[in-house]
Design a protein around this ligand. Sequence first.
Ligand code: CO
Length: 208
Amino acid sequence: MNFINVFENNKKWVADKLDKDENYFSNLSKGQNPELLYIGCSDSRVTAEDLMGVQPGDAFVHRNIANMVINIDLNTMSVVEYAVKHLEVKHVVVCGHYYCGGVKAAMQSADLGVLNPWLRNIRDVYRLHQDELDTITDEESRYKRLVELNVQEQCVNVIKTAVVQKAIRERDLTIHGWVFDIHTGKLIDLNIDFKEILKDIMKIYTLK
Ligand code: CO
């Protein structure tokens, strides 16, 4: 990428959109009605819209380091609240990715300053699933599995919010955990069975 070209690229993009549909931007300015909230990693290689093949207006997007859903993070919580309650999205997706630097950092002991409390949440995911993870002797496989389990736990964190619980009770909101495989470019649905995962613990987190 050449930074200097960004505005040139934008001009071409505008021209391309208008070429296909002269009302493109006037329609876009009317408002948004996305079906999907996408919570992904800030990693520059893991774009949201591009890898899903969706257009402006299709996905409400939140990205942070290692696609975390932390209940005292006002940023993520505001995004979830707005997307679910006001935009009434039908799907909430947490999308992790293999070879995630945030997950890697959480598997190491380095003091990373202000990143420590953020990454601590991933260490907690490791602790929750230590029995399974410690049986995986191959380090790369363990790293990949932690990426998946982190997605699973962040989905569970989405389900712990009152606004999501209400939407699941009252309409057709569904939660999905995905992983993007950087090696192949493929998006993988982890097909997480939330009913099974939450069957013994949902009573602790239910909010009405
Ligand atoms: Co990442």
